[in-house]
Design a protein around this ligand. Structure first.
Ligand code: ADP
Length: 304
């Protein structure tokens, strides 16, 4: 049996829709694989689909098994640490851990980009279209930039003092949340909005490269996707201004939401204050939230 663990992640980081991802050590999924029988079976105590064609880990392994012409079946055991459907890359964490565990089981020696490509098939099932931002971050760790076909992942290591706080509101999410929240994005975008988001994305990457957390925080804005999604996150503007007043450098929706993420300079700001501010922001809407203060994570890896 081989076991791998993969971290939660945040996607988009404001302006980088489907392009930016960052691994977070807030929580982890653990996936074990054992050669067994002649088909793919899954067990998990968590509330996720157990048919392999509907589970992101099962879909990834099915694809790898076909490509590498592996005849034996496999039993997959999934332990969810990442809450599903809240924008913390839960489906991606299972997919990433599955790709790593299965690759190890058969010594496939796949590169990070190959593992990411396989993990991406899982996202197609849960989100309705392939997007690699969460899986690339979960597989590789750190901050990633996804270049479209031919797929190329650019890896950057964010500054050590970058801390984050994810607030996960206790609100129900639609069954196909990611598909629903992708469905509200318009097909046509005014050019000046595109220019603004390109400018913000470029300065965010400059902030990561130069270790400038205030530039990162200032660039975590989005004039394209956030305006059409913000109604799904009650109190977003209030949460943002409370967290920034409490010392956060910037605040945005985590992935497709409804979680909200604050970027914090650990050297100068007090994380407890930011955490309380985010709780107060959701609290003003009558919503409880769980907060996950965290750091940038390393990528998926084997667990002995
Ligand atoms: P997230 O932001 O957490 O990735 P998604 O909406 O993209 O949220 O994915 C969650 C959806 O994917 C849920 O409907 C869940 O049932 C489905 N899903 C399938 N397999 C898994 C898995 N192994 N882990 C988590 N969710 C899964």
């Amino acid at each position: 049996m081989n076991t791998a663990q993969a971290p939660s992640s945040t996607a988009n980081l404001g302006p980088g829709f489907d392009v930016f991802g960052m691994a977070l050590d807030a929580c982890f999924d653990t996936v074990s694989v054992a050669q067994e029988g002649s088909s793919i079976t899954i067990s998990s105590d968590d509330d996720i689909p157990l048919e392999y064609t509907k589970n992101t880990a099962g879909i990834v392994i099915d694809m790898m098994r076909r490509d590498f012409k592996i005849e034996s079946g496999v039993h997959i055991t999934i332990n969810k640490g990442v809450p599903a459907g809240y924008g913390m890359g839960s489906s991606a964490a299972s997919a990433a851990a599955a790709a790593v565990a299965y690759s190890d089981l058969y010594n496939l020696n796949l590169s990070l980009d190959e593992l990411t490509r396989y993990a991406g098939y899982g996202e197609q099932a849960s989100a309705g279209s392939i997007h690699y931002d969460n899986v690339a971050a979960s597989v590789s760790g750190g901050f990633v930039i996804v270049r479209p076909e031919p797929l190329r992942i650019i890896h950057l290591q964010p500054p050590e003092n970058l801390a984050l706080c994810v607030a996960v509101p206790d609100i129900p999410t639609p069954e196909k949340k990611t598909q629903v929240s992708r469905g509200v994005i318009p097909n046509m975008i005014p050019l000046h909005n595109v220019t603004t988001n390109v400018s913000l994305s470029s300065s965010l990457v400059a902030g990561i490269c130069t270790g400038n957390i205030s530039l990162i925080g200032d660039s975590i804005q989005d004039v394209i996707v956030e305006p059409v999604r913000k109604h799904m996150i009650p109190g977003l503007d209030d949460i943002r201004s409370l967290a920034v007043s409490a010392g956060a450098a910037g605040v945005t929706i985590s992935g497709a939401g409804p979680s909200v993420i604050a970027f914090v300079d650990d050297d100068t700001a007090d994380m407890n204050r930011v955490e309380r501010a985010m709780q107060e922001g959701f609290g003003r809407q009558g919503i409880d939230c769980r907060t996950f203060p965290c750091s940038v994570a390393k990528g998926a890896g084997a667990v002995q």
